[in-house]
Design a protein around this ligand. Sequence first.
Ligand code: CAA
Length: 257
Amino acid sequence: MQWDTILLEKRNGVGLITLNRPKSLNALNTQLIREMNLALDQLEQDPEIGCIVLTGSEKAFAAGADIKEMVELNFPNIYFDDFFTLADRIAQRRKPLIAAVSGYALGGGCELALMCDFIYCAENAKFALPEVTLGVLPGIGGTQRLTLAVGKAKAMEMCLTARQMGAQEAEHSGLVARVFSQQELLEQTLQAAEKIAEKSLTAVMMIKESINRAFEVSLAEGLRFERRTFHSIFATLDQKEGMWAFIEKRPAKFTNQ
Ligand code: CAA
């Protein structure tokens, strides 16, 4: 498949998608969102792939939705097209997604990173939801997911003032899992992704699903979901393999069965 706006590579069970619109600082246009979803479809269907990494360039993970594409849109266009709903599919993926963010993650770029299961970033990362500056508001989940990640005070302040949050603050605020130097970011992210990809995909996907439940349902319902899911994993061969491998002091060989 020929990609115009992304690059797709596979390495040791990991799918790596690199946003590739350097002249626009990886601004998310319709084509890029479509290609990213096609690549994700491929990776989700590929039994060799256990984890997916999204990244951009050193200067920009993504500087937002494409303002030049949006400027002349009007309400009926975007209402009937259900603009950005295609982007929501990224958050609905079942295999784990890690964002490796260097440079700008602004507007839709920040929202894309927030759709991933966790974010690693470089020391030069800058996160912001500057839509208010353009006379609009975040439209790909930013008001919801940023608030869940960093709490109301910082989310309100960032969305209302368009302030950029740097890497250290993002780590202290719970927005990113870890900060690396520019040189280390991608390698460290791929290493983490490879570790995930070595595990039983069933267990990995059930963990992802269970943690995401914490944001959707009450604690009692979330605990019930986790307990039933835990019970059900004893129907897999990977549960036997993982536990016997520990007892026999050898590495587990998971088959996703
Ligand atoms: N959309 C379209 N083009 C963009 C873009 C965007 N979001 N961000 C940058 N570009 C383009 C610029 O127009 C410029 O193109 P030209 O060379 O053709 O003029 C090119 O990328 C390089 O950008 P700059 O010259 O501005 O680079 P800089 O280093 O001076 O500044 C920046 C970098 C601070 C990120 C600046 O580009 C910027 O502020 N970008 C816009 C950020 C923004 O407002 N994002 C939110 C978008 S709205 C949104 O995302 C809505 C939503 O919730 C879904």
